[in-house]
Every structure is written in C-alpha cells, then in structure tokens.
Ligand binder design. Structure first.
Ligand SMILES: Cc1ncc(COP(=O)(O)O)c(C=O)c1O
Length: 324
C-alpha cells in the first residue's frame, strides 16, 4: 500500500512534515546498511488506542543499537514517550510504528564512527500483512534456497536494516514462485524463520519453535505466543528443528508484528495437517487477538494506552462491575 504522504514524522526530537523528513543520499545508512529499527503496532481497543508491548520493542531497539555501537541519547522512558507523542501528534487511532536509529551524513567509508547517530519515528496505517483471508485460510510457503545469516556474520538478534537484504532475497524468491512467504533454514540446514516472521509448529499437541541460536530474530510476538500458549496449558519447546518436521507437523503458523498469527496450509506444496487453520493455531490466534484488541484483561501488562485521559474517562463512565 502506498504512503498517503501526509502527517508528522519524528526526526531527532522534532516533529516534521512528512515531505520534509528527508536525509542526504550520501548518508552512511544508504550505502552500508548501518541502521537498526523496530516494527510495533498500536491498536484501537474499546478503551482507546493501545500500543502492544511498546516497552519490549523500544528495549530491543536500544539493544540492536548497542550491538552496532550506535547508542542514541534517549533512555527507555524517553523512547516510549517519543513514540506516544508522535502517535498523538498524528491523532492515529491505530497504526504501524517504525522507529529507526541510523548512521547519518558526514563522510563515506566503511567505518561508521565518523558519521552521526540519527533517529526517526515514522507511523502509517498498515492492515493485515498477508491479507485477512490468510488469517483464516492460511498461506502456502516454500523453503527458501537462501539461508539465514550464519552465526557470527550478521547478528540475527539485532534488528538491523542490513539483515533485510537477506529477507528481501527470501521474499522475492517466494513471491516470484507463487508462494506467500519463504522459510529460511539456518546454516546447519535447520529451520530458522520467515523473511519477517518467526515460525511455530505443532506436533501431537506440543508446540515447537526454533531456538535463538538458529539465527532468528528474538521476536516479541514469538515471546507473547510462548507466554499465551503456556497460559493455555500447552507445552512449548524452543529447540533445533529439522526441515522435514514442517512436512509432518499437525499445524504450522507464522508470528510477527506485521503477520500477527498466520496459519500455514502447505510447505513446498506438501499439505500441513488438514490443510487449513488447525485448532491450536486457532486458539492461540484468538488469545492473541483478544489481548491486542483489549477484549480481555491485560494480565501481562502488554498494552500502553496512548491517550490516557481518554482511557481514564471511558473507564470512569463504565458501571463499576464492568471495570476490568
Ligand atoms: C526476520 C524477522 N523475524 C521475526 C520477526 C518477528 O518479530 P516481532 O514479533 O518482534 O515483530 C520479524 C519482524 O519484525 C522479522 O523481521
């Protein structure tokens, strides 16, 4: 979906008009992929707009920057406040949130140190990443011929712009061949993740997901699904998973901020389970959507309300017994 091209963008502490949020073509990040970023979401809930796990996203942003020796002079609270201020300045009810820390304009050369560390926060309306139908019917995926980065090459735990050169190759191959997504293996041939999602499989009632050492991003949705699954009484195992475990799984699904919880109905044209959304995937989808849409009590403290005054007002207008 194309950008509407209007609204305010946060750049180094200032809110600027969309059309003015530009950087020089000689900025280091353009040439050397020296950026780290986040992707979070703000949802419209009955109690007002709420960001899902904003604290975890802004913590991961700072950790990604730390790995790349690119610390930015905002602390956790200031980062969260900057995001909330930007949402308020744009009067968004719901939106996708894209903070970025990057090496800016000063000199060009592989060494990033001479270049300033700059930052921005862009917001936009972004619907369901793989389509509404995908949430119900599932998607067809292939194992990518591209592997995820080997350990100790590009750090997978840092959400770096550079890593998305690899994701782009995985995604282009998949869509060119008629699949919704590609699943990358790690350097040992074990399952890693999708181009922008973590992956889970279900076998005999147990959930499995690749461990961090399989070159995955430590996904915040992945962590949320592990927590919700355990709340529901399921066993979840983070481990090394061979490719073929996808073919014989009862259920497989993708998770991520953009993809939310999307069932997979086939892998390499081999049908997964009954070829649709399985019952455990459906129950986790329901649990996840209930939390992000504010339809159940926020027992894990995952929601940050954007317009606190509005939320307080709605709360005070509700009958006492309905207050959660
Ligand atoms: C490569 C990759 N893996 C996993 C994820 C899922 O992470 P999260 O749930 O934090 O959005 C993403 C999404 O940002 C991603 O780009």
């Amino acid at each position: 979906m194309a950008f509407p091209g209007t609204g305010k963008i946060w750049m180094n502490g200032h809110l600027v008009e969309w059309k003015d949020a530009t950087i020089h073509v000689a900025s280091h990040v353009v040439h050397y992929g020296s950026g780290v970023f986040e992707g979070a979401r703000c949802y419209a809930t009955p109690r007002g707009s709420a960001c899902f796990r904003l604290d975890a996203h802004m913590r991961r942003l700072q950790q990604s920057a730390k790995i790349y020796r690119m610390e930015y002079p905002l602390d956790q609270h200031e980062w969260e406040a900057a995001v909330l201020d930007t949402i308020r300045a744009n009067a968004f009810k719901s939106c996708y949130i894209r903070p970025l820390i990057y090496r800016g304009y000063e000199a060009l050369g592989v060494n990033p140190f001479p270049c300033p560390v700059d930052a921005s926060i862009v917001l936009w309306d972004w619907g369901t990443y793989l389509g509404q139908d995908a949430l119900e019917s599932g998607v067809d995926v292939k194992i990518s011929t591209w592997s995820r980065m080997a350990p100790n090459t590009l750090p997978a735990m840092a959400k770096s712009t550079a890593n998305y050169a690899n994701s782009g190759l995985i995604k282009m191959e998949a869509v060119t061949e008629g699949y919704a997504e590609g699943i990358a293996l790690d350097v040992n041939g074990c399952i890693s993740e999708g181009s922008g999602q973590n992956i889970f499989l279900v076998r005999e009632g147990v959930l499995y997901t690749p461990q961090l050492a399989s070159s995955i991003l430590s996904g915040i949705t992945r962590d949320s699904i592990i927590t919700l699954a355990r709340d529901l009484g399921y066993t979840v195992t983070e481990t090394t998973l061979p490719r073929e475990s996808l073919y014989i799984a009862d259920e497989v699904f993708l998770v991520g901020t953009a993809a939310e919880v999307t069932p997979i109905r086939s892998v390499d044209r081999i049908q997964v389970g009954s070829g649709g959304r399985g019952p455990i995937t459906a129950s986790l989808q329901r649990a996840f959507f209930d939390v992000i849409n504010g339809e159940v009590p926020d027992t894990h403290g995952w929601l940050t309300y954007v317009y606190r005054e509005e939320a307080a007002l709605r709360e005070s207008r509700k009958p006492a017994e309905a207050r959660g």
